[in-house]
Design a protein around this ligand. Structure first.
Ligand code: ADP
Length: 437
């Protein structure tokens, strides 16, 4: 399932990247095409204007000197070869014409390639002459292709009018766009490929915490089942013994064993329930001002009798007041878990100290005992669920390995934290930090 999510993540990532690339690509291509088209218009206008002096001078002059309007004619035979006729570019056609009243234009001069472009185009020429300014239009060429035609009006010295037209196929623009696409498409595809590889890598990294959390969940369920199965098996065996000898006087002892195991299971199930609620964010945790010193003194007070029974000295060292924010009940629960452990691991004649002190922006309550301490290699793991340093020792003492993990979760749920360390003299110190009021 995780693999499927990962593939989907990658696909989504590549899809979004493709969309972005396509959008950027489209914008680049359209603006490039526009720019090339504008350049083509400029070039055609330049071409036409380049011939305007020659048209204004020798051509119009010669035309006025002799020939009837409407009579077709070309370049004056006696003049030098002008810029129009000497134009050698085969992809641009140039023609100069006059437009007598009525239908038809009279060609004054034309470049060698002008016929293949179907020049002149009378409509655009008349419009340019009428408006007295350059007009650039797209027209259908003789072979059905689109042509761009610039028509520049030229006024001669005697007031007579001519128009110079320059034409080029629109294909020039599409060819330039085609060349750009030849670069953009492979680069885009390469980008997509790289984004796919990168996406797979990133999604693998992104999925790692999910995978870890899945793994933790699995281990947790396996551990919880194991923890419940063991006492249940004992209860079952005992019940079978009782069933075989219902009147045996030893049954009382067996019943006590059973009650012990049932209590253990009950405790474990309560712990599991707290953890499940914490995980689901459904455990009610208050956030109100309270005095941590009072809670510490009261909680320690509940352990005085046990300490006396076990021959352990229990001391509280705290100022009169330690104002904090959080949940007083949950805080008492955390301190009780720490004290319970401290009592369990401190041998007879040892001591357990609960202290409190204000810190920078926070307030700390610590529980220190003179027990064996925690082996350094286990220090980072003792807050893991079901983790025990010495399985046999703690199980015999009734521990499940959930106490510290619940205590830390409860501390964090209040905006605080719980940590453990071995003091310089090797004894275990647990520090609970809460937010100051
Ligand atoms: P348990 O219910 O087994 O005590 P906890 O989560 O409370 O589980 O503690 C986890 C482990 O941390 C214990 O198994 C024990 O090895 C170690 N531990 C906790 N408190 C102390 C302590 N005060 N001194 C030494 N070891 C401790």
């Amino acid at each position: 399932m995780l693999e499927r999510i990962r593939r989907r993540l990658t696909l989504g990532y590549v899809g979004i990247f493709a969309l972005i690339l396509a959008t950027i690509g489209a914008v680049v291509v359209v603006s490039f095409a526009r720019q090339v088209a504008d350049q083509q218009d400029e070039l055609l206008e330049q071409k036409a204007r380049g011939a305007s002096d020659y048209v204004r001078g020798p051509l119009l002059h010669g035309y006025q000197e002799g020939k009837e309007p409407g009579e077709p004619r070309g370049r004056p035979d006696d003049g030098p070869v002008g810029p129009i006729q000497s134009s050698t570019e085969s992809d641009i056609g140039v023609v100069a014409l006059v437009l007598p009243d009525g239908e038809g234009g009279v060609i004054l001069d034309s470049s060698p390639s002008s016929y293949s472009f179907g020049l002149p185009f009378e409509g655009p020429a008349r419009r340019a002459a009428g408006e007295g300014e350059t007009i650039t239009e797209t027209v259908d060429g003789p072979e059905g292709e689109m042509l761009r035609v610039a028509s520049v009006p030229v006024t001669g010295r005697e007031g007579s009018e001519a128009v110079v037209q320059a034409a080029q196929s629109r294909r020039v623009v599409w060819e330039a766009v085609g060349r750009l696409l030849l670069i953009l498409v492979p680069v885009g595809l390469l980008g997509l490929l790289l984004s796919g590889v990168g996406g797979l890598y990133m999604s693998r990294r992104a999925m790692q915490p999910v995978r870890d959390s899945f793994q933790r969940q699995r281990t947790f369920i396996a551990d919880a089942s194991h923890e419940l199965k063991t006492p249940l098996a004992l209860v079952k065996i005992n019940a079978e013994v009782v069933k075989r000898n219902p009147t045996d006087p030893e049954n009382r002892e067996i019943a006590e064993d059973q009650l012990y195991e049932i209590d253990r299971m009950d405790g474990l199930l309560s712990d599991l329930l707290v953890l499940a609620r914490l995980d689901a964010g459904r455990l009610d945790v208050e956030n109100k001002p309270f005095d941590l010193a009072t809670v510490a003194v009261e909680t320690a007070g509940r352990f005085l009798m046990r300490a006396a029974e076990e021959g352990v000295r229990l001391e509280v060292e705290a100022p009169d007041e330690l104002p904090v924010r959080g949940d007083p009940e949950k805080t008492a629960q955390i301190l009780a878990a720490l004290l319970d452990n401290a009592m369990r691991y401190t041998p007879k004649g040892g001591s357990v100290t609960v202290s409190g002190r204000p810190l920078d922006g926070r307030t700390e309550a610590s529980v220190k005992d003179t027990g064996p301490g925690i082996p350094p290699k286990h220090l980072s793991r003792i807050f893991d669920r079901f983790y025990r340093v010495e399985t046999a020792r703690t199980r015999a003492g009734g521990g499940t390995g959930l106490g510290l993990s619940i205590a830390r979760d409860l501390a964090r749920a209040q905006g605080g934290d719980l940590s453990a360390e071995n003091a310089d003299d090797g004894v275990a110190v647990f520090r609970l930090e809460l937010l100051r009021q």
